[in-house]
Design a protein around this ligand. Structure first.
Ligand SMILES: [Zn+2]
Length: 308
C-alpha cells in the first residue's frame, strides 16, 4: 500500500475482495442512506398514493420511518412487511449485519455479530435469524444437466465408522442434497433418508432427463424409472471417481457446511437446521453473482403483501 493511502484505505488492485467494509461504510454511512436505498429498491417506479391514485412525490417525515405524499399527506411506511419492521435496531446496524453475513464463506455466529455490532446477544441472534429467512429459494428453476445427489447427517457426536449411515435411534438430522456440476446446490433437512422423504425433493428440484450421479445407496435405485439417467460410484469398493462419475461437488458442499456449522454455530437444533442450509446454499449459489454477495443478500429484502 503506498503512503498516500494511509488516511484513505483503498483496496489493492489484485485483492480478491470485491466489497470492503470501507466501501460499504461509504455507500451506507447512516440510517438515512439505508432508508433511501430501501425506498428506491422497494418502489422502483416511485411510491403510489392510494388517495391521489397515482405515483406522487413522497417526502420523508423527519426522524420517522414514514414518507408523506406531498399533495394529500398519505403516509407510507416502507419498513412494514420487511424484516426490519417492529425493530428498534437502527437500519444501519441491520445493513451492517447483512454485510457481515454476506462477506463470510463459512458463516458468522450470533456471538460474533454481537461483538461487531454492539447489540445484545438476543438482538444479534434475532437479526441473524431474520436475515437468514430471506435466503430461501424454493421457487427457483430446477437443477438440470449433470446433478449429484447424496445424503449426510448433521448434529450430535459422530460415532462408529465415518462412512456408515447412522441407525434409527441416532440424534443426527439427515440432510439430502442435490448439486449441479459447476452450478447450484439444494439442501433439505429430511426426517430420514427414505425414498418417501427424498423423492418429492428430487421431482421438484431436478429436471427430468438430467444425468444423476449417486453412490451405491439402495434408496436411489428407482431414479432410472423416474425419467432420469442414473450412474453410481462405488464407494464401498473404494472407488470415488470413475471418469466423470463422482459426487465430489455435493461432498465439497457438505464439507463447507460442516466446517461452518461445526466451527461457527457449534450445534444447530433440527428446528433451525433448514434456515442454515438455506444460508449456506444461498452463498454457494450466488458465489459468482456479478453484483457481489452483499448486493445478492440485500436484493432479497421484500415487502410482504399486507393481506398475506
Ligand atoms: Zn396523495
Amino acid at each position: 500500500m503506498s503512503k498516500s493511502y494511509r488516511n484513505d484505505p483503498q483496496r489493492a488492485r489484485n485483492s480478491q475482495s470485491r466489497y470492503t467494509f470501507y466501501e460499504f461504510d461509504g455507500d451506507f454511512p447512516d440510517d438515512a442512506a439505508c432508508m433511501d436505498w430501501l425506498v428506491s429498491y422497494l418502489y422502483p417506479d416511485g411510491i403510489h398514493c392510494p388517495k391521489c391514485e397515482r405515483v406522487t412525490k413522497h417526502h420523508r417525515v423527519k426522524s420517522r420511518t414514514c414518507y408523506e405524499c406531498q399533495y394529500c399527506g398519505h403516509q407510507e411506511y416502507p419498513l412494514v412487511g420487511t424484516i426490519f419492521e417492529n425493530s428498534s435496531t437502527s437500519l444501519k446496524l441491520w445493513f451492517h449485519a447483512i454485510f457481515l453475513m454476506s462477506q463470510t464463506r463459512c458463516g458468522i455466529s450470533a456471538k460474533q455479530l454481537e461483538r461487531e455490532l454492539g447489540v445484545t446477544y438476543k438482538t444479534a441472534w434475532r437479526m441473524a435469524k431474520k436475515i437468514r429467512s430471506l435466503l430461501q429459494e424454493d421457487d427457483d428453476e430446477p437443477l438440470s444437466g449433470t446433478v449429484e445427489m447424496d445424503e449426510t447427517y448433521m448434529g450430535g457426536k459422530r460415532k462408529g465408522t465415518p462412512k456408515g449411515r447412522p441407525g434409527k435411534d441416532s440424534h443426527k438430522t439427515p440432510v439430502f442434497g442435490m448439486a449441479e456440476r459447476k452450478g447450484r446446490v439444494v439442501a433439505k433437512a429430511v426426517p430420514n433418508a427414505s425414498q418417501a422423504a427424498i423423492f418429492p425433493h428430487v421431482k421438484k428440484k431436478v429436471m427430468p432427463k438430467s444425468m444423476v450421479y449417486t453412490d451405491e445407496y439402495g434408496v436411489y435405485t428407482p431414479l432410472q424409472h423416474m425419467g432420469y439417467e442414473h450412474k453410481r460410484v462405488h464407494h464401498k469398493e473404494d472407488v470415488y471417481v470413475a471418469g466423470d462419475v463422482h459426487t465430489n461437488t455435493i461432498e465439497g458442499f457438505w464439507s463447507l457446511l460442516k466446517r461452518g456449522i461445526g466451527g461457527v454455530y457449534h450445534s444447530v437444533s433440527s428446528k433451525h437446521l433448514q434456515g442454515y442450509l438455506d444460508e449456506y446454499s444461498f452463498r454457494y449459489n450466488h458465489r459468482d453473482d456479478p453484483g457481489g454477495m452483499f448486493s445478492a443478500f440485500l436484493n432479497r429484502v421484500e415487502k410482504a403483501d399486507p393481506a398475506s
